[in-house]
Ligand binder design. Structure first.
Ligand code: HEC
Length: 109
């Protein structure tokens, strides 16, 4: 009756965007910090679009130009910084978080 032998296994750090049971990704606490650390140096208010500052990121992105919830992997906010492009890139874990957030409906959460 003791607990499952595998209880101690730590959760994977890279979230699986295809997992319907994936924990809900928070835009404000998980996505905005990515933008703040590696995007706002160029994508700030009045500079290169989209404006990814914490106060404007959601409204900048909440358009069909950047987000396609019916085909999340084609969203420009996911594809532009992809690990294979020439633009500044997301890490694998960051890309997975962004894709999961879009897959979950791109909420302002
Ligand atoms: C060193 C400056 C720089 C940084 C840092 C940077 N970008 Fe960019 N980004 C640009 C420039 C310049 C363009 C426009 C040229 C182009 O499309 O490649 C651009 C274009 C984009 C576009 C397409 C805009 C459009 O409307 O076509 C998106 C989306 C984007 N960046 C997202 C990001 C994200 C997310 C990050 C952080 C992971 C980021 N960028 C970091 C310079 C930067």
């Amino acid at each position: 009756m003791s607990g499952c032998a595998y209880n101690w296994i730590v959760e994977e750090e890279v979230i699986d965007p295809g997992d319907p049971d994936a924990p809900e990704v928070s835009f404000s606490s998980e996505i905005v910090p990515i933008f703040s650390s590696k995007c706002v140096s160029c994508h700030s208010t009045g500079n290169q679009a989209p404006d990814l500052t914490p106060e404007n990121a959601y409204s900048s992105l909440n358009t069909s130009r950047y987000i396609n919830t019916s085909d999340p992997a084609s969203s420009l906010i996911y594809t532009k910084p992809s690990p294979t492009g020439s633009h500044v890139k997301y890490s694998e874990a960051e890309a997975a978080l962004v894709l999961t957030w879009i897959t979950q409906g791109a909420q302002n959460n």
